[in-house]
Design a protein around this ligand. Structure first.
Ligand code: NAP
Length: 263
């Protein structure tokens, strides 16, 4: 296969697939929406910030099957909101999403001894419980409709594996996301649904804009590749995991870190 035909094959991998991306209004989620749309998927851009979701929607390439993309507001921490979203998708497209990327997430950093209980709970609610609610609703819809296959991708973090100063809540939530994904992979394989988790390192997004420059400089110096990652580089991996090119991969955690914390 030539380089050109490889690119063309890759760019058509998701034609006729319907994809739901939470956190699609910003950063990694927005890049994932763009990449999945560029590969031919119809994309539902979902975010708590509906205006941001609409902005992402307007920047997407046209989908080739004519089903169209859509934007929707959702609070992933609310069961009612997630259920309404999935029902709304099924009403519009007459099918559940066969690709789901759960990228919505937040940070509320503080040193462990000073961390407010409510900040711990909030991060767990959005990052961990939110992932659970989204994975559960999409998996249930796929199983009920007898879909032949599905690919669910959660967004964890390398911090869930190695910990990080000031992020006891975030690290706990992201370690939980990895465990959730592995359990889901074991339960859902028999329905043709694969579940994988991406573990980004330090990626340039509005989330990391909040981190003091001094800390960013220190972290970047630890990255063997020598720079922060781009959201599109995480989206590349999500597109691979969404596609049949990863048909024999489930329950995996894929680090997208530029080599940070190897081993
Ligand atoms: P981001 O730019 O802040 O994007 C996150 C999006 O999720 C925002 O649009 C945010 O809306 C939305 N969101 C927050 N709470 C939500 C809720 N309850 N329901 C639905 N949407 C909600 O952050 P990002 O860096 O792209 O992060 C995307 C994912 O990657 C997160 O899960 C994050 O933990 C993970 N991650 C990021 C990095 C990194 O270095 N950037 C590293 C590892 C993992 P608001 O802006 O209105 O809050």
């Amino acid at each position: 296969m030539t380089a050109t035909s490889t690119v063309m094959a890759a760019s058509a991998r998701l034609v006729s697939r319907l994809a739901l991306v939470t956190g699609g209004g910003s950063g990694i989620g927005r890049a994932v929406c763009r990449r999945l749309a560029a590969e031919g998927a119809s994309v539902v851009v979902a975010d708590v910030n509906q205006e941001a979701a609409n902005e992402t929607l307007h920047g997407l390439s046209r989908d080739r099957r004519g089903q169209g993309h859509m934007a929707a507001g959702v609070d992933v921490a609310s069961r009612h909101s997630v259920r309404s979203l999935v029902t709304g998708i099924q009403c519009r497209y007459f099918q559940p999403p066969s690709v789901c990327v759960s990228a919505a997430g937040i940070t509320q950093d503080a040193f462990l001894v000073r961390m407010e209980e409510e900040h711990f709970d909030k991060v767990i609610q959005v990052n961990l419980k939110g992932s659970f609610l989204v994975v559960q609703a999409v998996a249930e819809a796929l199983v009920i409709c007898g879909a032949p296959k599905g690919s669910i991708i959660t967004v964890g973090s390398i911090v869930g594996k190695v910990g990080n100063i000031g992020q006891a809540n975030y690290a706990s939530s992201k370690a939980g996301v990895q465990g959730l994904t592995r359990a889901a992979a074991k339960e859902l394989s028999r329905f043709g649904i694969r579940c994988n988790c991406v573990l980004p390192g330090f990626i340039s997004t509005p989330m990391t804009e909040k981190v003091p420059e001094k800390v960013i400089g220190k972290m970047t110096s630890l990255v063997p590749v020598g720079r922060m990652g781009e959201p599109a580089e995480v989206a590349d991996v999500c597109a691979f995991l969404a596609s049949d090119d990863s048909a024999y991969i489930t329950g995996a955690s894929v680090e997208v870190t530029g080599g940070l914390f190897i081993g």
